[in-house]
Write a new protein. Structure first.
Length: 139
């Protein structure tokens, strides 16, 4: 998308250089009236092309900004998914980390349903933020 904008900038520079060159030439003493008139016509043509060049530059800039906006929206959507995944999986990871430690004084380890209880806590801890985000319509 930057290539058209670069091309429009180069065309503008060429038009401005041509305008300066023609003005310099038509003010020389050796230039005949016929060529001076031709130079004036060329200057008028350049003066009509410069606003059109500005329009094309603005349009190219608008398209570049619109494209960047779409890219930013897609990146924001992806980052939102990663953020929600991090929030959903953080509490179960914390619970798994705590119960994964090798401590002797954890009464739940001796319980017959201790392992199932820890898994249930992990599922609830992950489902809680997910349901909250779903209810807020963030996902």
């Amino acid at each position: 998308m930057a290539e058209p904008e670069d091309l429009v900038g180069k065309v503008r520079l060429c038009l401005m250089d041509g305008q300066r060159d023609i003005r310099f030439i038509i003010h020389q003493q050796v230039v005949t009236k016929k060529y001076r008139k031709l130079g004036q016509e060329m200057l008028r043509d350049i003066e009509t092309l410069l606003p059109h060049n500005d329009f094309l530059s603005e349009k190219s800039d608008f398209l570049l900004n619109a494209t960047q906006g779409f890219i930013d929206m897609e990146q924001n959507r992806i980052m939102k998914v990663f953020s929600i995944a991090a929030v959903v999986f953080l509490p179960p990871t914390l619970i798994a980390g705590i119960y994964g430690m090798n401590f002797q004084n954890m009464p739940e380890l001796g319980w017959p349903w201790g392992y199932s209880m820890a898994l249930g806590f992990m599922v609830l801890a992950g489902a809680g933020p997910y349901l909250y985000f779903k209810r807020k319509k963030w996902i």
